[in-house]
Design a protein. Structure first.
Length: 427
């Protein structure tokens, strides 16, 4: 091979993470999704700050977060069944408009003084429910946007989009609330949903392949399809275990900030922002280097190594003693965590039968959406008793032991995951 040929191959591998942008539909929806994600993070930060300022109780902030997240675990199966039965573009438009309308109601409630913490929780839960229902629709349209060989890169870019919004949204929320007040931040979120609606008008989507049977029967058939495909079953089980033991580090960032600073409201707030930004930056970096690494190592091998590395980097994060150590460690945690999430999601995308893709992806979201908050609720009281470092390190060690035990006694599960990830690997 000539030197020019080797250079061209290197450049191609280096740009592998960006290849999905060659497809207009994906690029349009990615940009619109980034706008919407920034708006959502603006609202998340603003609502949390508002309820804490009003009530002085962290409980209300936790309830707001639960209202936004728990509907994913409860309603995703319904959204998945609908995604396999109904035209996807109209439902995506309706869902985004419903979420926008809820943000407008939120702004109006705050502007008119009808903003009790309980009322805010109700509105956020309604919006979270709309987002949960259309979540499987958003994932199920991926084959309409990019070819199968680009699934991993596309999923990693979607992860990068979420974390870019996580970096930009909180900063914009602080500036907006300081300059114009809380209602403007909520109106900005409402407008951000319209970006997705506009983008959908320029994207061609295929009709769903599923049958128009009854909803309950559709859910059961989707569950049977997920159980019948070894790679999908293994990926869903794995994400549940990872979400229970590893994912709570996200919810516990403020606790880690308190641990690193030993109190002081301003210091805790600053360190929370530092850790959140570092995690988001690590996730973006991980998403951008994921596809080139997968091309070099193979998707299955990279996913396997990511599952091995995740407990190790979590232990390093848990034993950090200085804010800069915590920031450096959570940067790496964010990077590896995105590799795990993207890799497992790719397995489901590749191996789910076309007629059941929306429902099987919904069960993947259920596993993540239920195990994560339960794991957080379990680890919180344990931290109060034995401390942040021991709890995080102990959970990571248990995760590592469970994966080692499964690899030893149930090697078929590990093979199903790695084989499922490598199906459709680009040459």
């Amino acid at each position: 091979m000539s030197t020019d040929g080797r250079a061209g191959t290197t450049r191609t591998r280096g740009l592998a993470s960006l290849r999905p942008f060659r497809y207009r539909g994906f690029a349009l929806l990615w940009i619109a999704g980034l706008v919407s994600t920034i708006g959502s993070w603006m609202q998340t930060v603003a609502v949390g700050a508002l309820v804490v300022a009003q009530s002085g109780q962290a409980t209300w902030a936790v309830l707001v977060a639960a209202g936004a997240f728990l509907p994913i675990g409860l309603l995703s199966p319904v959204g998945g069944a609908l995604a396999d039965r109904l035209p996807r573009r109209p439902l995506l438009v309706i869902g985004n408009l419903a979420a926008a309308a809820t943000a407008v109601l939120l702004a109006a409630a705050v502007a008119t003084g009808h903003d009790s913490p309980a009322g805010l929780v109700v509105l956020v839960t309604l919006q979270g429910s709309a987002s949960a229902l259309i979540g499987p629709f958003q994932q199920a349209i991926l084959p309409d946007l990019v070819p199968r060989s680009e699934f991993l890169a596309a999923i990693s870019l979607n992860s990068a989009q979420f974390n870019l919004g996580r970096i930009a949204g909180p900063a914009l929320a602080g500036a907006t609330v300081a300059a114009f007040g809380y209602p403007v931040a909520f109106v900005a979120n409402a407008v951000s949903f319209l970006a997705v609606v506009v983008a959908l008008a320029f994207v061609r989507l295929a009709p769903p392949a599923g049958r128009s049977d009854r909803l309950l029967a559709s859910l059961w058939s989707g569950l049977a399809a997920a159980r019948g495909e070894p790679s999908c079953r293994a990926a869903i089980g794995t994400i549940a275990v990872v979400a229970f033991f590893a994912s709570p580090f996200i919810a516990l960032v403020p606790v880690m900030a308190h641990h690193l600073t030993h109190g002081g409201a301003r210091a805790v707030a600053q360190t929370t922002a530092l850790l959140t930004t570092a995690q988001g930056a690590g996730a973006v970096a991980g998403a951008l280097c994921l596809a080139p690494l997968a091309n070099r190592l193979g998707r299955g091998r990279l996913l396997g190594w990511s599952l091995v590395l995740l407990p190790m980097v979590l232990i390093a994060y848990g034993v950090s003693r200085r804010p800069w150590q915590g920031a450096a460690a959570i940067f790496v945690v964010g990077l590896v965590y995105i590799w795990v999430l993207s890799g497992l999601s790719t397995v489901v995308q590749l191996r789910a039968p076309e007629a059941y893709r929306g429902r099987i992806l919904a069960f993947f979201l259920v596993a993540l959406g239920v195990a994560y908050p339960i794991g957080s609720l379990v680890q919180g009281p344990v931290i109060d008793r034995i401390g942040m470092a021991w709890t995080t390190a102990g959970a990571a060690a248990l995760l590592s032991l469970i994966m080692a035990a499964v690899a030893f006694w149930r090697p078929g599960i590990a093979r199903a995951i790695t084989a499922g990830s490598d199906r459709g690997q680009a040459s």
